[in-house]
Design a protein around this ligand. Structure first.
Ligand SMILES: [Zn+2]
Length: 482
């Protein structure tokens, strides 16, 4: 009786509520796609309603919006978060959108002037952007070193720092973090003068700001020393550590290094890693790694590609370009099998190491890393599941940043109240097109991209004037981010 009475009293209200629900018009609706969320495990056909910059509904109900993106037989995923993207021009950012990337961060090399870098992008950037404060830049400045064509070479990179210089470096990095830098970027392989004392100071500063150190560790293919030297200060200070591009750093020993990283995680060290899905690297010819280049046999020199033109180098052209600097692509120095194992591993994030452009060109990973994982490795080679791949491109990188930048808890997820950073792609067609010789080719199979609710790519074309990108930045002035 009571139930009947209640039903009678509340039925009109329920009906009213339902009818008001059905009249909601969302800003954007993504209709009929296979919605995949790596955190909750949702993998089902749903309509997604976007209101403002956030996801407002994920439903089987028919919903309507001022704009509709059709997604039948497509996958709808959180937008990809690229922790390792050097090129930060509008041109490169557009190429990243075509590869499904909605957030691109320069965390390895970082930037010298954090404040200026963010200011330049505010309000006019197509995707979410973030940067670390640069250890090499501030090392050079703390030592009074000269800036050459490359930011990664010079006497300052080879010499050890004095105690006073280390203190000045720590002060500079601390200031960059106080300006909201997303972390500290280090390339110890390019600053061979870096000592244990210097690392200790840098990791201490990172910990004080609740930031991670993003590190290109020294090249050492014989044992674990180059990894141990960064695990030691991470352990000592409790600093978050991210080891970049385990593929090119570890080469055919990458899985041994990965086992060491797993052991460190089990020990309680907050250490993570990433890989890009290629077995050839790219670097600058004037790097100290090539100081003995003349000892290389002709055959090996001939395997390097001069990015600007796509030509293979010779002893003569190597000698010509070495002093002036510029981008090169390295020979395949590790196996495709190593790359496959890293791509398949559940804890190795996908990050592109996408480069800045020279003569409009760069390593193909700048254009194709994400589509290559989803097309070549997930669909064609079946080395991992689609959901596992998406987790490595979305949730894991968001989690890497969220201690320092709590707003990242709203990214890398496809859930109500998450930021509407979304990518819609055709799992049957997605593939990278960029090659070493002809890199400037957008990935295929990415249909729509939404950045903070702004439709940015529609039916494969960038929407004119789209600028939905927001800063991925820690709170300015705060020691703990926020
Ligand atoms: Zn690197």
């Amino acid at each position: 009786m009571l139930i009947d009475a209640m039903r009678n009293r509340f039925l009109p209200l329920i009906a009213l509520a339902l009818s008001s629900c059905s009249t909601v018009t969302y800003d954007v609706v993504i209709r009929g796609g296979r919605v995949m969320d790596p955190e909750s495990g949702l993998d089902a056909v749903r309509n997604v309603g976007i209101q403002g910059r956030g996801i407002a509904a994920i439903t089987e109900d028919d919903i309507s919006g001022r704009q509709t993106l059709e997604a039948a037989s497509r996958v709808v995923s959180p937008g990809f978060i690229d922790l390792h993207q050097h090129g930060d021009s509008a041109e490169v950012y557009r190429a990243k959108i075509h590869d499904g990337v909605t957030s691109a961060l320069e965390l390895e090399l970082g930037v010298e002037d954090v404040e200026a870098w963010y200011r330049e992008r505010e309000g006019k950037t197509i995707l979410n952007f973030g940067a670390a404060v640069s250890h090499p830049d501030h090392r050079r400045l703390a030592m009074g070193g000269k800036l050459l064509k490359s930011r990664l070479s010079g006497d300052w990179a080879v010499a050890p720092m004095t105690a006073e210089q280390i203190a000045a470096l720590a002060q500079r990095l601390s200031q960059g973090l106080a300006h909201g830098a997303a972390g500290i970027g280090m390339l110890i392989a390019y600053t061979p003068g870096t000592t244990a004392e210097e690392l200790d100071a840098v990791f201490r500063v990172a910990k004080e700001h609740n930031a991670a150190a993003y590190v290109h560790i020294r090249t050492n293919r014989k044992d674990d020393r180059s990894l141990q030297e960064v695990l030691a200060p991470a352990r000592r200070h409790g600093t978050q550590l991210h080891v970049v591009h385990l593929n090119s750093t570890g080469q055919d020993r990458a899985m041994d290094l990965l086992a060491r990283i797993r052991a460190a995680q089990a020990e309680g060290i907050d250490v993570t890693t990433e890989s890009y899905p290629y077995n050839r690297g790219s670097t600058t010819i004037d790097s100290h790694a090539f100081d003995d280049w003349q000892k290389m046999p002709d055959k090996e020199i001939g395997e390097y590609i001069w990015v600007e033109t796509g030509e293979n180098l010779t002893r003569e052209t190597f000698a010509k370009f070495k002093p002036t600097g510029g981008l090169i692509i390295s020979p395949a120095s590790y196996s495709e099998e190593s790359v496959r194992k890293l791509v398949a591993d559940p804890i190795v994030m996908v990050a592109s190491d996408g480069m800045w452009l020279t003569n409009g060109k760069a390593h193909p990973r700048t254009w194709g890393s994400y589509a290559r994982v989803l097309g070549h490795y997930v669909r064609d080679q079946k080395v991992l599941s689609l959901m596992d791949a998406l987790r490595k491109m979305t949730l894991l990188p968001a989690n890497r940043l969220s201690q320092r930048i709590p707003g990242m808890k709203k990214k890398g997820r496809l859930q109500v109240d998450a930021d509407a950073d979304l990518v819609v792609f055709d799992p049957a067609a997605i593939i990278d097109k960029a090659t070493y010789q002809n890199p400037v080719q957008n990935s295929a199979g990415i249909n729509h991209v939404v950045v903070n609710g702004v439709v940015t790519l529609r039916d494969g074309s960038i929407v004119d004037g789209a600028a939905g990108g927001k800063a991925i930045r820690a709170a300015v002035g705060s020691r703990n981010g926020g």
